[in-house]
Ligand binder design. Structure first.
Ligand code: ADP
Ligand code: MG
Length: 311
């Protein structure tokens, strides 16, 4: 591209809230045959909420206690799921917060009762922590499998949640699978329309996520995506992009930067969606100012118009 046409393209782009960081990005996006979308925070709002608390048969805890202990374990985690579980526990009535193990030191400030020790995050799986002398392991089904815990009757419940696009978070207490917390992260208003437009522009749209396969497939069905790469470990998202590049296809990856900086870097064109993190802004070739996914087909159209101009 000549500098002038890049400037023209970039001027229109600015009006649309799209920032192309290089001329190569402005040219490259329109050539992408695959648009890979991160799920959490990109296709979805990234503001998950607890919707269900399910006890395992014979659990010694009640539902409030399970939620309360899990929230304490999650209090040191940076994961969006942790924030959802913490917020839900803050809504519990005070007596159940007491019962759940803050004996003798309950204050009116619920945050003070969120105490865990030995916290350890296990990226892509979940976490471990000790809460009031109890050892908690919290996370995905594959984490429970790794611990040698069978899901038993909770598996059916988890599948039912996943079919409704919810993420099942399993909770083991002292090595016993004790329950399941369902977390919903609704899709953004513009996602389905953005994806339809991208497909009508001729691109294949794929979804990449660390979330459970069944949950990812339900979200994909909601927004009309058929290619799903699920249960991808954080360090595997770049490999997932490479998989889509097979056969010389040009892949644009759209992410919010949480867990996906390597994928943004690996893609032919990395697109950071607004409200993203600083790291996304640094790694991306294209930055969408708004959180609306419809910025992606707009940017593709702009890129193609610019390419036509300079030929
Ligand atoms: P993504 O950001 O695509 O959802 P992650 O790699 O961050 O993927 O997480 C993958 C899965 O690991 C989550 O869907 C969840 O099941 C589990 N997990 C990770 N961190 C936590 C956590 N702090 N609490 C509960 N589950 C977690
Ligand atoms: Mg994300």
């Amino acid at each position: 591209a000549t500098p002038v046409s890049i400037m023209v393209g970039s001027g229109k782009a600015a009006q649309l809230g799209v920032l192309f960081r290089t001329g190569a990005a402005l040219e490259g996006l329109g050539r992408a045959n695959v648009i890979a979308l991160d799920k959490t925070g990109t296709v979805t709002q990234g503001r998950p909420e607890v919707t269900d608390v399910v006890l395992a048969e014979g659990s010694p805890l009640d539902r409030d206690e399970l939620l309360r202990l899990t929230a304490a374990a999650e209090s040191s985690s940076e994961h969006p799921l942790a924030r959802a579980i913490e917020r839900a526990a803050l809504l519990l009535p005070l007596p159940s917060r007491e019962r759940a193990g803050v004996r003798g030191k309950v204050s009116d400030d619920p945050a003070q009762s969120f105490a865990a020790t030995d916290f350890q995050a296990i990226p892509g799986y979940g976490l471990r922590a000790t809460v009031e002398g109890r050892r908690l392991e919290v996370g995905a089904a594959r984490f429970m499998a790794q611990l040698g815990l069978s899901l038993g009757a909770l598996e059916t419940q988890a599948n039912a949640l996943a079919e409704r696009s919810r993420t099942p978070v399993f909770v083991a207490v002292d090595g016993v699978l004790s329950g399941l917390i369902g977390v919903a992260d609704p899709v953004r208003a513009g996602s389905a329309q953005a994806i339809r437009t991208l497909q009508s522009q001729g691109a294949e749209v794929a979804l990449i996520t660390g979330d459970a396969r069944a949950t990812a497939q339900a979200v994909a069905a909601e927004v009309g995506v058929s290619r799903v790469l699920a249960e991808v470990l954080p360090e595997g998202k770049a490999d997932a992009v490479a998989e889509l590049q097979a056969g010389g296809r040009t892949v644009a990856f759209v992410g919010d930067g949480i867990n996906d900086a390597p994928a943004l870097a690996r893609a032919d064109v990395g697109v950071a969606i607004g409200t993203g993190t600083d790291v996304a802004v640094e790694t991306a070739d294209v930055i969408l100012m708004s959180g609306d996914l419809r910025g992606v087909p707009n940017a593709v159209a702009l890129s193609r118009a610019t390419l036509r101009n300079i030929r």
